[in-house]
Design a binder for this molecule. Structure first.
Ligand code: SF4
Ligand code: SF4
Length: 325
């Protein structure tokens, strides 16, 4: 049998769901281990950073990196994974675009720290203690990673070969990527390993797709009709600006898409594209509907514009540009 490939998995600023998605491939994991040795997977295997540093450069054929980059340790490990891997895959929405951790880019670093260590009602911190990057104790000096000013997507930190989006990436796409790796059929560098069409293209409700949107409603305000497009019912669904590939898993559960597969092909800014789509169909009866002063107006009905339109893509949005730390 030909030499087995070497796979690595690593996580940075993430919830851990992407790691679980790897296990969701169920018995197909047996095919994976038949063709590849997993040489790094901190959530499942004991391995030290020095073990990774001791690997020859390019030792791992593919490293699946999930999570965004928020602190100096994550940046150091992103650079190490890049160095030790022939192909680096941004695995999941946080690595691809910063995702939900990236929403913290709306806040200043100091406010985040003060909130966590002072302002919350359950916090008692009379000495106003804050984490420090180094502290001297009897046994020597201890170091903590530096908490950066903002969240970065993986490719704002290191060069990325492939993108596998989703929160978490859908199992069929994981299997498709792994099969392409085993068969040597990966697309050109830089490709997103998901279908090149919008979610609306694969949505069954597309036959009733909205021509007009009757105002804005929150999901809890109505019992959504399972047959009709969410937009037609006044509920924001990110489908028109979102890449296909999840088999409409939220829509199937009668929840609108929040956009976790990232921007559809040809779209660089998912939120801006959605604003453009909404502006074409949203019914506005009265100009004062668009005024911030009108508490019942449309502007105020969109309770959380950034969280709704940029839940997964703020760190790479046009209005929140960022480069390497
Ligand atoms: S907007 Fe949402 S519900 Fe409507 S067709 Fe697109 S994905 Fe389906
Ligand atoms: S429907 Fe939207 S939010 Fe839900 S899994 Fe698919 S792309 Fe992600």
């Amino acid at each position: 049998m030909a030499d087995k490939l070497k796979f690595g998995f690593y996580w940075a600023a993430s919830c851990g769901g992407c790691e679980i998605a790897v296990l969701d491939i169920n018995e197909a994991v047996l095919d994976v281990v038949a063709h590849a040795d997993i040489v790094l997977w901190p959530v499942a295997m004991d391995i030290k950073y020095d073990d990774v540093r001791a690997m020859p450069d390019g030792f791992m054929d593919v490293c699946f990196f999930n999570g965004s980059v928020r602190n100096s340790e994550q940046e150091e490990l992103a650079r190490l994974m890049r160095q030790k891997s022939k192909a680096l895959v941004a695995f999941g929405s946080c690595a691809c675009a910063g995702s939900i951790p990236g929403l913290a880019n709306l806040c200043r670093r100091q406010d985040i720290i003060d909130n966590a260590y002072q302002w919350t009602p359950s916090t008692e911190n009379p000495d106003r203690t804050r984490p420090m990057t180094s502290v001297k104790v009897r046994q020597g000096e201890l170091h903590l990673p530096e908490f950066y000013d903002r969240v970065y997507a993986l490719d704002q930190t290191v060069d990325v070969d492939y993108y596998l989006p989703g929160c978490p990436p859908p199992v069929p796409l994981i299997l498709g990527a792994v099969t392409a790796i085993f068969e040597g059929k990966l697309p050109p560098k830089g490709a997103v390993l998901a279908p090149a069409k919008t979610l609306c293209d694969e949505c069954e409700r597309n036959k009733h797709v909205a021509k007009k949107m009757p105002g804005l409603k929150r999901t809890w305000e109505i019992q959504a009709d399972r047959e009709k497009c969410f937009l037609e019912q006044g509920i924001i669904c990110m489908g028109p600006a979102t890449r296909a590939g999840c088999q409409t898993r939220c829509i199937n559960g009668n929840s609108p898409c929040t956009g976790c597969m990232g921007p559809s092909p040809e779209v660089s800014d998912q939120g801006a594209k959605m604003i453009s789509a909404l502006s074409g169909i949203l019914r506005v009866d009265d100009e004062k509907d668009l005024s911030e002063q009108d508490t019942a107006g449309l502007v105020n009905k969109l309770a959380d514009p950034a969280g709704t339109l940029y839940m997964y893509g703020l760190a790479k949005a046009t209005l929140n540009p960022g480069g390497r730390p």
